[in-house]
Design a binder for this molecule. Structure first.
Ligand SMILES: Nc1ncnc2c1ncn2[C@@H]1O[C@H](COP(=O)(O)OP(=O)(O)O)[C@@H](O)[C@H]1O
Ligand SMILES: [Mg+2]
Length: 232
């Protein structure tokens, strides 16, 4: 099961937006996806509950989930939505199970500062150091014409990490959040601009799947991780 962890220590960075849209994109591609929602605010879980019946099913992976149902579902993907105060032990555990970490960052100096510290912590992790887990940066709510968006780009360039997408600010995201859907499940005429912005992220994920196949895992990575506890 290919596992995508979405993390950033700032609230409002776009973690749940990224989580739900990636899950929706994969489900629209007929992939079997589960979401592990570690945030007590339960944004991704509530989004799942609002999801229209007609759309491809995405299951929650939670402590109270029906394990028989989950195993029968045989998920191919897990997207982990984390919270702002991820403890070191939880971070280490999640990184030992993840294939990639996506770090969404808002164009704001406060967010850039907090993310810089967070990236240092990620770099200290053995799974990141060994190169087993790849990190991808995502610009959230960016408008390339603004100076602060350019500062975000410079910060990304200095980090030396791949920038996998700049997601523009759009009313479509709060609308999708409200409706339990994703930009991949709306009429294309409304989403063309957004889908273009997501294309590099999709290409990066594909390259990471190919990379994961070549990596020998120390333990059975195909098994599903134990449901982790949410923040209190
Ligand atoms: N690209 C975007 N355009 C417009 N609004 C966005 C975008 N990304 C996120 N948002 C909105 O910003 C707020 C915070 O995003 P959210 O994904 O909940 O962040 P986090 O999970 O990191 O706290 C939400 O109201 C969300 O709908
Ligand atoms: Mg959230």
């Amino acid at each position: 099961m290919f596992t995508i962890m979405v993390a950033n220590p700032k609230g409002g960075a776009g973690k749940s937006t990224l989580t739900t849209n990636i899950a929706g994109m994969l489900a629209a591609l007929k992939q079997r996806v589960v979401i592990m929602d570690l945030d007590n605010q339960q944004s991704a879980t509530n989004w799942l509950a609002r999801r229209p019946e007609a759309l491809a099913k995405i299951l929650p992976w939670a402590e109270d989930s029906d394990m028989v149902e989950l195993r029968a579902f045989a998920p191919q993907w897990m997207v982990i939505d984390t919270h702002a105060r991820l403890r070191r032990a939880d971070r280490t555990y999640l990184l030992s199970r993840a294939n990639v970490v996506l770090v969404p960052v808002n164009p704001s100096v406060f967010d850039i500062e907090a993310t810089a510290k967070f990236l240092l912590k990620l770099h200290q992790d053995p799974n990141v150091q060994s190169g087993r887990v790849a990190i991808g940066l995502v610009g959230s709510r960016t408008d390339s014409r603004t100076r602060i968006a350019q500062e975000l780009s410079s910060f990304f360039a200095r980090s030396g990490l791949p920038v996998v997408a700049y997601i523009p600010d759009s009313v479509l995201y709060p609308q999708c959040a409200r409706d339990g859907t994703s930009i991949y499940e709306l009429p294309r005429t409304r989403t063309e601009h957004q889908l273009d912005a997501w294309q590099p992220l999709v290409a990066w994920l594909k390259s990471q799947i190919a990379r994961a196949r070549e990596i020998k895992y120390p333990h059975s990575q195909s098994s599903v991780p134990a449901p982790a506890r949410a923040a209190h």
